[in-house]
Each structure stands twice: as structure tokens, then as C-alpha cells.
Design a protein around this ligand. Sequence first.
Ligand SMILES: NC(=O)c1ccc[n+]([C@@H]2O[C@H](COP(=O)([O-])OP(=O)(O)OC[C@H]3O[C@@H](n4cnc5c(N)ncnc54)[C@H](O)[C@@H]3O)[C@@H](O)[C@H]2O)c1
Length: 500
Amino acid sequence: VPDLPTAIGLLGGGVIGGGWAARFALNGVDVRVYDPDPDAPRRLEEILAGARRAYAKLTILPLPVEGGVTFVTSPEEAATGVQFVQESAPERVELKQRLLAAASAAAGPDVVFCSSTSGLRPSLLQAEMAHPERFAVGHPFNPVYLLPLVECCGGDLTAPPTIDRAAEIYRALGMHPLVLRREIDGFLADRLLEALWREALWLVNDDDATVEEIDDAISYGAGLRWAIMGTFLTYRLGGGEAGMAHFMEQFGPALALPWTKLVDVPSLTPELIAKIVGQSDAQARGRSVAELERYRDDCLVALLQALRAQDAGAGATLAAWERRLLDVVPGAGGTPGLGEASADGGPPAPLAVYVREIPPDWIDYNGHVTESRYLELFADATDALLRYVGVDAAYVGSGNSYYTVETHISHLGQLYAGDRVQAITQVLGWDEKRLHLFHTLVRVGEEEPVAMGEHMLVHVDASAGRAAPVGDGVRGRVAALAEAHAALPRPERSGRRIAL
Ligand SMILES: NC(=O)c1ccc[n+]([C@@H]2O[C@H](COP(=O)([O-])OP(=O)(O)OC[C@H]3O[C@@H](n4cnc5c(N)ncnc54)[C@H](O)[C@@H]3O)[C@@H](O)[C@H]2O)c1
């Protein structure tokens, strides 16, 4: 598992810098931000809140303890005490050069610097830096905390290991680093997006379409496909069984017409700008930017999860990030200790390995947490316990796992949005193929149980699809836990049946 830095610096904390702050902090990294705008902390806190909300839906896995975000008053301070710096200041060459020069002079020579620039060449940006060899472009996409793509590109003076390290850090953050072969204006994505945008501006300019019609032409068709396969793989299928060669033969000649306006740009007259702004206002139908951001994030989360189920595109990146979380987060995010260690120094009895804050959208029409979420809480608590006994990505990857075969939930109280709950877990018994668990769910700091869950798990050989003895390594930890828990009083509700 490649290491993330423990602390990073950000130069600029606007839309993109704020998105970086959220991605790093939610991955457990401390963040130092330099942004001269006095309003920057407020805006950044809003981006962080949006990101927390999105991550709570994105993954059921516990995240690392969130990194702290501190505002500092100079670029030098942002680059001190950190192992990585990401620059996301306004897109002006001299400003970026000055900032990078000042920050790099203060940073140790091993600190890697990346710029979020949308299209400025890295050779230009690194020109004034101390140790320019540790600089590269890492061009992200908005919202940075959800979209995985980051284009990586070095300049004339960049040392190749700089790009390797930047890519490794981005990958550990759950991103998809795309390393460019050489530096080109606009990199890959913006070169493509600019061509599309130019055509869109022509269509509005010529009154051929409104901004909303153009957006519909993308999101109802090609946009859906693009999340799965890009233009080339899509067109391969468009060629039918004869594939790409046939597609080129059939549609290639049309390129000579051409439909597009090529490199001409409509002049951005006040009239054209007013037309675009007016149509864009109409398209937004009164929804604020914050509302539209939540809508966008919810849809992106839904798409990412759908793609994860297919192991496709950005969904595969999400799955890889979750496998990493399994390995780096031992218990749960914010675990307040594992419980009391037993007198002889053995494992804690009982064990508290799972904590979660109740998200607002878990509330049902009765105003409290809906019942299916209790099963989700217990399932996550079981996962946390399994990680504690050594069921990590490597163990699951080798074809071993535990599956739950029976569950009994007792609902004893109500939970509300924002409650922090904790599962207190007791191993009631085990043998080579089974594990009998009892979770008591309480609000952190309280003793009154809110719910209890009793579960029987069977150890499986997933590839053979049948029960199999627990693997070495995990066996010892399960046995030690069961032994430590055998001395605990048996929960009164264990073994209950439902009956009148
Ligand atoms: N917005 C996007 O969709 C997008 C996508 C990818 C990359 N980018 C790139 O990211 C960078 C930042 O863009 P943005 O959209 O976040 O802009 P932004 O205007 O939202 O943020 C820029 C921030 O930099 C701050 N700033 C101004 N002068 C500064 C200085 N001297 N030192 C440090 N900070 C300073 C501003 O106060 C502001 O908060 C640009 O290079 C842009 O090309 C933007």
C-alpha cells in the first residue's frame, strides 16, 4: 500500500483548491492552505461539508480519521512541514510562477509540487522554482473530491520520479492519474473539451440551439456512454461486427464535409455573452449553485456506484480505493479506542471497532432512522470486526471470506440524524467454519442500547462457493478474541426467538 503524505500544502483554496482540501482531508491527510482571500475559509468549509456528505453516500467503508485543515498566511508556510504541495491559484502564468518560486524556496528539496493548471505548460511554470525537477502538472476535474481523473505531465526540467510519486499519491487518494507522453497545450481532456465547447458556442451564436438543448444533446446520449467507454471504443461498436475499420470507412469521409466550425471562434460580443448568460439562467430554473452542486454530487455518486458494480471506468477506480481503505483503516473512522484491553493484555473484551455518524438521508417519514439502516450499521460493524481479525484485501483477494448466514435485530430505541453511534462487539463463539457475533449499538458516550444484532457468519472459499475452514493468521486472532470474550457475561438477548 503506497503511503500518502501525512501533511500537504495548498496554494489557492477556491473551487479546485477546496476540492483538493476535501479529497486529502477525507483521506486522513492534514492540509495547510494559503489563500489571500478572507472569504476563502468559509467557502472551503462549504466544499468540505459537501464532500463529507458525498463520501457518506459513496462508500460504506469507514474513512480514516479526517485530516485537519489549517489556513496559513504565506505560501512559504503552506510549504513548510509538508511532503507535497498542490498549487490551484488563478490561471495566470506570472502569478503561478511567483507563488511556486516562493513556496519551493521554503520547502525541502524532496517536497513534490504539482499545479492544477488547466492548460499552462509545466516548463513555463517550473522556470522560477528552487529544485524545478520536483514539479509536475496534476490537472484535476471539478468536483475534485469525486471525479477521479488527474492528468499528470512533466516539463523540460521534471525528473521522472516526480511524476511517479505524484501519480502514486493521486492513486492512493482514489484518483486515476493519466500520465501524458509529453507536454502539450491544454493536455488531453481540455483539448477535447475546448473543441466541444467551441462548437457549442457556434450553435448558440447562430441560434441553432439554446444552451439547454446543447446540454441535452450530451447528457441524454453520448455523455452516458462516455462514462463507460470513450469515443474510440464507442465507435468500434458503432462499426458493428466489422469493428473499427468499417466505422472509419463508413463515417470517415463525412469528416471532410465538415460539420464542425473547426478552429474558428465566434467573437464573444456583449450580445453573445448576454444570450448565453440569459439562457443559462433560464436553464437553472431558479436553483442555486449550492443546490445544483448537491444534485450533481448525488448523481455522480449514483453513477460511480453503478460503474463499480460493473468494474467499469471510474467505478473500478472507486473499488481500488475501497480496497486500499480496507488495508489502511484498521477499525473505524474516529474509533475512540478499541475498548478495555483484558487484564492479561489480550484483545479488548468487549471490542469497540465501529463508529458512525448518522447521515441526514437515513431518516424516514417517522423522523428517525429507517429500519433497513440498522442492518447496514450491523453489517458495517461486522466488517470492522472482520478487518480487526485480519480479513483484509489480501485475505479476501486470496478467495477467503466470511458470509453472514443469519441475523436477528432487536430495535430498542430511536436514532436521529447526526447521532454518533458505536457498536460494542462480543464474540459469542467460533469454530473452524463459523463465527457467532453479538453487537450492541449505543450512542457514543451513552450506555443505553439503541439496538442489538446477533449474527452467524460462515467462513467460505469464495471461488468454490462453499463453507471452508478459516485461514491461518485469521484463525489465531478469532480464537484469541473468542477466548477473551468467553469471560464476559452473555448478553441477555442472545439466542432470542421472535414469539408472542
Ligand atoms: N474550475 C475548474 O473547473 C478547474 C478545473 C481544473 C483545473 N482548474 C485550474 O485550477 C486553478 C484554480 O482554479 P479555480 O477554478 O479553483 O479558481 P478559483 O477562482 O475558484 O480559485 C482560485 C483561488 O486562488 C486564490 N488566490 C488568488 N491569488 C492567490 C495567490 N497569490 N496565492 C494563492 N491563492 C491565490 C483566490 O483567492 C481563489 O480562492 C486554475 O489554474 C484553473 O485553471 C480549474
